[in-house]
Write a new protein. Structure first.
Lengths: 388, 388
């Protein structure tokens, strides 16, 4: 029980104006920097200029890859790797949210691989070496700034695959909460739903728990529930943005796992949704989460729900466990769909049952998701149907 | 607010039988290993043989420094540094509790210094480089396994000084909860009191909080309160030992600070007690803690006590804040002196007021401890008196 190796050497600069340290950190890894970013929002908020200024001040040579999409494509990974090889890039600087960071991780790996980067996602390549990665985070959600994994989409095959290697862990991440002030309400809500789900995937787990980590997870969930609505109403509330930002990192950097090896459930089920319909990952998770909880609640799992309901939502401890469990799912739905104002059904976002069969098949890889409650293809179809 | 750099690259092997990885880890840093330990309890529990076997298996050359005392002396640091220099030691292996680990950290630093190691404690040396340190922990208490500080005593001057440098952070720490099965009830209790106080020193703080970290601290405190009594009654309860062990690391590795720079209060006040009377650090803290809390409680600080009492001890939220605050201190006393069965006064451990003046002077360095509530020399004397 509880055997694990803990190793998270990422250096984090947290707080406002920490970017003054960017040049010095980059210079530790080399002179030729590839700056990667998305659709240009970093230009609108003045962050691009700031970053370029720091790079120039440090006397580094700048190269760029822009246009990385949400649900980033393998084409961007290949394009980035090509620049790296051609220009002899020594360090990658990812500026953006989880999509940009994830894409950059695979560019870092693909620099040392001669074939199509998709092979890395397919598990055909044992990634031992990566270019060093520095990140500047602009969205609190995926936790990619402090973990070693990422998710890449392949529109040709309608696949979306997550994969991770220790070598892909960022060396340095800059977390400046003020850089998330311009994140709109919807994206703030989706980010909160994403973080919450990262924690739930570990918390709702039948493997032996380290109680200490349960208390940490409950605290992180309460933090999200407290501050996400504040950040939506007051986008420039530093306290709210700071709490969400640091929570996003700790929701998935590995600390809370404590050696649990059990598979995640909601994430693979969601990946099929965003792979085909290109929806925001956090929205897909929000719609799925309460249904997944409802589907997995039974006499064998009710004690975990009781713990969750009483410790996270302060539901009365004197109620019967099953009543607490059901109330906790209601509370979760209320939070996601009323407080965070996210759409609550697949129907609302124009997704019908057309692809449920094929998505379920892919999600469980024609087998069973061996998570909190093992889910067969039919179980997954049932959960999708509950979301209509 | 909340500016900080987070960087804790220590690799932790957690769980039973992880020592099979010891040889491989040591070999990364060199061939000549100095094994440091205390009075020989590691021989009684068979750990010495196990460690030596792993070192031999890895083909490494073994040197030894034994006899490191609780409240470790600067003489041991100098003795260790001498062996390092003479034998060309490449890596240090500390096997023991906080005293052995602390002493080893300063040996690692003193290897690169030509004078008396006490100069390092006096702040006369800017430590930039240390020999790499690997630790095997046998006591859950000080958190030295994952932080970069240590405390050393100088019996000649009756001084006890804490100091830290990033270079002193252990590279690798082995945390096997079963290695604490033989820790007796008193030492288990003192370890719990030490950890609790590490958290309280940060939690009771007037600097702006990151709520997320408060929830983590409250969870860690609840973990200690839940499991310390279990570990005392059932010394071989893995769950209890595991929770205490991992909590000890996170109580002081820097994560919970979140950029707070405010000075600690109880620790410097206690250090003077154990410097002169050579008592167990955790026991000194246990006696001081409730008095320090009582002394610092007022209208300006009551809100923090309310948060503490309701979230850690589940005191009724509907009571008046001052009532909750007072009850929380009572609960803390009950936990330390009844549940953990620790002595509750200085008188009980044969300490009278003879040295209060000089101890208070040293504790505040003839100035003020600028902590939660700033404490003058007279305040510190008052707190000592409350402990009689």
């Amino acid at each position: 029980m509880n055997h694990f190796v803990y190793e998270i050497p990422t250096k984090v600069y947290f707080g406002e104006n920490q970017l003054v340290n960017l040049g010095e950190e980059l210079r530790k890894y080399g002179k030729k920097v590839l700056l990667t970013y998305g659709g240009g929002s970093i230009k609108k908020i003045g962050l691009y200029d700031k970053v370029v200024e720091e790079i120039k001040k440090a006397g580094l040579e700048l190269f760029e890859l822009s246009g990385i999409d949400p649900n980033p494509r393998v084409a961007s990974v290949n394009a980035g790797a090509e620049i790296c090889k051609k220009e002899g890039i020594e360090v990658l600087l990812a500026v953006g949210g989880g999509s940009v960071l994830d894409c950059t991780k695979f560019i870092a790996a693909a620099n040392y691989y001669e074939g199509d980067a998709w092979d890395i996602l397919l598990g055909k390549v044992d990634v031992k070496k990566c270019l060093p990665i520095v990140t500047v985070l602009t969205l609190s959600a995926t936790g990619s700034e402090m973990d070693n994994g990422g998710v890449i989409s392949n529109p040709d095959t309608q696949d979306k695959i997550g994969m991770g290697f220790p070598a892909m862990l960022p060396k340095v991440s800059f977390l400046d909460p003020t850089l998330t002030y311009t994140v709109n309400g919807f994206q703030t809500a989706c980010g909160a739903a994403d973080m919450l789900n990262h924690i739930l995937e570990v918390y709702f787990n039948m493997e032996q728990d380290l109680y200490m980590l349960d208390t940490v997870m409950e605290g992180l969930m309460r933090t999200i529930i407290k501050y996400a609505p504040i950040a939506m109403k007051e986008p420039e509330n530093y306290e709210a943005r700071a709490n969400l930002m640091w929570t996003s990192s700790w929701a998935i950097n590995g600390f809370i796992d404590g050696g649990k090896s059990q598979a995640w459930s909601c994430h693979p089920i969601e990946h099929e949704l965003s792979a085909i319909y290109d929806i925001t990952h956090g929205l897909g998770l929000a719609i799925l989460t309460p249904r997944w909880l409802e589907y997995t609640l039974d006499e064998a799992t009710v004690s975990k729900f009781y713990q969750f309901g009483t410790n996270v939502f302060d539901i009365d401890r004197n109620l019967a466990p099953m009543e607490v469990a059901k109330k906790s799912i209601e509370k979760m739905s209320e939070f996601l769909f009323e407080t965070l104002e996210l759409q609550s059904t697949l129907t609302e976002i124009s997704i019908d049952d057309t692809n449920f069969e094929i998505m379920a098949e892919k999600a469980c890889q024609n087998d069973v998701i061996p998570g909190f409650k093992p889910l067969t293809k039919q179980d997954i179809i049932n959960i999708y149907r509950m979301c209509l």
